[in-house]
Design a protein around this ligand. Sequence first.
Ligand code: ATP
Length: 532
Amino acid sequence: MEKDASFLFGGITFNRKKFATDFDRFKGHKTSDNSLEKLELVENEKSEMEDATNTCVGKKRKRKEKGTVPDSVDGFSVFKNSKLKKEAASEENDQSANELLEGKKEYHRQLERDALFRKLHGIHVSGSNVPSPLHSFAELRSRYKCRLYLLRNLAELGFKEPTPIQRQAIPVLLSGRECFACAPTGSGKTFAFVFPILVKLKDTSNDGVRAVILSPTKELAAQTTRECRKLAKGKKFYIRLMTKKLAKSGDFSKLRCDILISTPLRLQFAIRKGKLDLSRVEFLVLDESDKLFEPGLLEQVDFVVNACTNPSILRSLFSATLPDIVEDRARTIMHDAVRVIIGRKNSASETIKQKLVFVGSEEGKLLALRQSFAESLNPPVLVFVQNKERAKELYDELKLEDFRADVIHSDLSQTQRENAVDNFRAGKTWVLIATDVVSRGMDFKGVNCVLNYDFPDAAAAYIHRIGRTGRAGRRGEAITFYTEADIPFLRNIANVITSSGGEVPEWIMSMTKKKWKKHRPQRETISTQPDI
Ligand SMILES: Nc1ncnc2c1ncn2[C@@H]1O[C@H](COP(=O)(O)OP(=O)(O)OP(=O)(O)O)[C@@H](O)[C@H]1O
């Protein structure tokens, strides 16, 4: 983390009023935090009352002892009535005390039920007053008065029940709490932050941009925009993707926009041009937050965060990998945020079968790749290499073969990149050679295999790359080639494999863990052509 991160999110305070929605759901329900407060309040009042009664009784006793208080006398109703009233009041007190006690017990029973339910779904939370997880999408209506169109859209998308991250992060955000969340790749994080935004914004308005979603890449920003529109279907919201053209010449003072999805650079550019006011932004999502916190993007992100000056803004951080340093930073600035971790932090999805393959040297890789494709090519396959030069080289080697290869990297035009993604999605391309430009967040449905032709430069990169397969509960396969030069870094990947239920040879596990600095060795050119 760079030093300048210190002012990231500075000056924003948590608005306690935001608890109101979640408290509301407990109205008439004995388990609310609010009712707990009430309980405590009334209990205090009750004990004060008891003290007062005791004092009275004491005084009465004393007076009685002194013989100054007459017993009730027939015909003197004033004494009789006051005694009856006292008895009735004390009965009422007893009754409400019992009810309150029962309410308190029920509140604790609810906490236990929540804990059990979270355990069942691998949900780990920390923070105060964490709202109960969702048991079903239908609860969104009863608890948060979510509009019917949203539930209809979820049903149309074929979503039967919330994923674990959705079960917990949606209530957190809908309760007006900030959130940092870490959940495996392909586990539905996108809807976990898009859904609350749509519920809370209710309708389109003329107020300007009210929600901003930051994504580290243009591809991911475009995908999130599409997902957002899918969920908002049937409702007139202005959901815009920040394109190059919009950033350059869009006049946001004249353009309706409720939700804006952008990369940090484009957003920074538009703000600097003075045509974009983010002072009314109510929701700011940093998707793939650990990537956004990396040097290079951090300054731009910081700029955007500082432009969102609404004091009651709700910020949230989502990623499949949440390094301690990012979490620590988030903790110091998001004081009342809820932390939601699904499964084990920084681990891969358990639906991916992971395999390490020793290929000796760089030369061995092409051979191993061809052999692997010849034995069992199960398209679509995503092949990751270290950089764009190597992506071009590998593509040159494979383009003439009959497994319909294509390539995507940052040197291609936006249209070429979009075409590469679309063709792969449509099944026209079987093998897509890629750099890390598509390693995060991209939801290519049905990728059967991810092949790390070049060893990833960090454990987080590994988790995101292989996370392009095995999504939304489907099975997937991940193969990672390693050479002699990669061996010192094997242990870090091996840890990811074992923590998601996979097996690795004992000798790898007995290696010492390398303090991971980005492992980007100089690799030999990919070519079977003889050197001239
Ligand atoms: N409740 C649900 N039931 C079934 N499928 C769902 C549900 N929610 C989301 N999905 C689907 O799961 C897939 C993965 O979702 P998404 O892209 O949000 O994952 P993610 O957690 O953001 O992954 P990554 O970490 O790679 O960005 C998508 O195809 C999405 O449509």
